[in-house]
Each structure stands twice: as C-alpha cells, then as structure tokens.
Design a protein around this ligand. Sequence first.
Ligand SMILES: [Mg+2]
Length: 423
Amino acid sequence: MEHGDRERLIFHIDVNSAFLSWECVYRLSHDPDALDLRTIPSAVGGDASMRHGIVLAKSPLARKYGVTTGEPLAQARRKCPNLTVVPSRFDFYIKCSRRMMELLEEYTPDHEKFSIDEIFLDMTETIHLFGDPLATASQIRERIKNELGFTVNIGISSNKLLAKMASDFEKPDRCHTLFPHEVPGKMWPLPIRELFFVGSAAQKKMEALGLHTIGQLAACDLELLKAHLGRSYAVLIHQYANGVDEDPVEERDPVNKAYGNSITLSRDISDHDNACQVLLSLCETVGARLRADHVLCSNVCVELRDWEFKNQSHQMTLAEPTDSTSVLYECSCRLLKDFWDMTPLRLMGVRAGKIADDSFSQISLFDDPGLLKKKEFEKTVDKIRNKYGIDSIKRASFLQKDSIVDHAASKKKHLNRQEDMDR
Ligand SMILES: [Mg+2]
C-alpha cells in the first residue's frame, strides 16, 4: 500500500457541553422526567464542602448571562440570579468519557485523547471498512447519541487542525468537513480569534497590523508576522491560517513527576474553558493515583509553559489534606485564574505536594484518640463518604494499571520521590 503522499483522514470528536450533558445523562437515567439542565440557565459547580465553589461547566443559556467557567459561584449567581447549580459527579463524567472512547476505538486503533471530552481519530487505515467519511462520522454521532445519551460534534479533514476547526462549526449534534480545498470558503472568512492557537494577546497584536480574518492572516507576509509575534509562533500560526498541520495523531505520553502530571499540548490552549478541561484530565489522574496509594496531599501546584517557552508555576496549601479530584481541580482552576494572563499555552501541569499517608494518620487516631478530637475524626469520615459515595469500591476501575499491579512499590516510590523533592 502506498503511504507517503496519500491524504490522511482525521476525525475530531468533541462532546457538546460535556459536563452538563453528562450530568443530564445521569439525572435522566435515574429519573426519566428529570429537568434537562441543557434547556435552562444552569451550571455544574465545584465541591460544596469548599467555602467558595466555582463554575466547572455552564449551559448555553447561562453563557448568555455572561457566566464563565472558573468563576466563583457567588459571582455567577449575581450575573444570573435564577442560575440552577448542581454539584459535580466526576466519577460518572469520567465513565461517560471512557464509554465514548471505547466506542470510538472500534473505528481505529490510531487515536489521540485530547481532553476528557475531545479525541482525534486517524481513520486513514480503516475508513475502507466503513465507507464514505461523512456517512461514517454521522453513524458515529448517531451511535453516541443513541447508545450513550449525549451529543457530539465531529470535524472531518486531512489534518488535526482542520478537523478541530470543523468540529467547532455549528453546534450541537453536527458533522462538518473542512478539507483543504474548503479552507478559502469555510475558514478564511472567520475572525482571527476563531483560529486555534490565537489567544487574546496574539489577537490584539494581529489586529494592530490590520489582520482581522483568518484569510488576511494566511495572506500576510511571514516576515512581518515574525517581527511582531516572534519567530516560532509566527511560523506556526501562518501555517495554521493556511490549513497546514503536519502533527500526527498519537497518544501523548504524560510526564509523571511524583504525584504530578503534565501534558505538552499538541494544540495551543488560549481560553479558560479549554484550559480548565485540560486541568481536569490532569487532576483526574493525579487524584486517582493519590486514592490508589491511599495518600493525601496538602499542596497543589499548577505549572504552565506558554508559546514563548516561558515557564511559571503557582501553588497553594490546602486547609485539609485531600485526594479528591474535584478539590484538586477546583484549586487548580483557581490558581490558573489567579496567574494566567491568557497567553497561549504549550504545556500544562498539575502537581500534588506535601504527601501524607492516609491510613497512617487514621491508625494513629485509633491508637491515640486523645491526639485529635473524636468529632473531627467523624467529620473526616463523613466527608470521605460524601465525596466518594457508598459505592466507592467502583473506584478500582479508575485506578491506573501500574498502581494496581504494583501498589506497594509505587506508593513507596512516590513517597520517596516526594521526599527527594522536598529536600
Ligand atoms: Mg466539548
């Protein structure tokens, strides 16, 4: 089979209003008459046990009131007094995400999970098994809707950039193509801000140069762009505007540092919603590993590398040690909101620090109940029950394989590494 010059076929699947949709799936599965949150101003809020919850996801109607992801719930309620806020249910959302990924794996082994609700499929080698690309994408979209109960947009093209741009066209529950020959008609008229990898800082600089549409950027002199935007970014963004993207579909290997996880982004992140989604997938793995090893952290650190390769990191100390994904996530979102100036990002990381053995501290409580008041202990137990629910045994399915196989060793390794870092 000839490979080299054959055009690739890439699908980008993106869940419509992911958390909110998944929350609806949960509610409707338990009560078929439940109110569909997607049809009212609503938001999925952060951990209620935290003093200041934040918005983790919002409905299209809430967005119309100016509600944004990552802002405090109190602020969101001021903007939208009739906002319905529901608590998050991460373990269920992760289940929905995994079910979708499993369904999609039936179509090709070549995929790249981009975030909890986005995935790229390289269909080049398998499309002949299914037929016409658009019909195949429609079949996938229908199957997800019928079998899993939520809707997706699917973008179809010959590279990841264009497939992702296409999935962002009219929503929800739609498939769109954006092949290279369609770029002048479908992509070039769009405002520059719509181009992936263009954050508000870059947008302002380009508008100052008189560039307002993606087409104008595509036609702009590269040397002029380099002078104003920096060399590597200018080259990349000019290629993107012309629909050029050579990046392969491949599973990224996250770099694990102690209880940390970071992702080199195959695409720029330049808006708060997407950044929070990346943080969530990072917090999910970090939280799952903490729980797998029965340890708690009392420090959370967010690391960012921007497109100019500048690194920064900020951290906060928690009032109480935790292994909860939603607490980690909420803290990470707050840190991000505090120090990120929306400069497009190349890498994001979350690190859990100040690790302590959970079972250890509980044993010591039994051994010497005088050390801590009984009341506080009960509160902790209640909190754990509230966080994990009665069926917390199910969490085993979220554990990483290596943690299950070599639980004791990995625990020791992580703790040692943590000590090394603290020294
Ligand atoms: Mg989405």
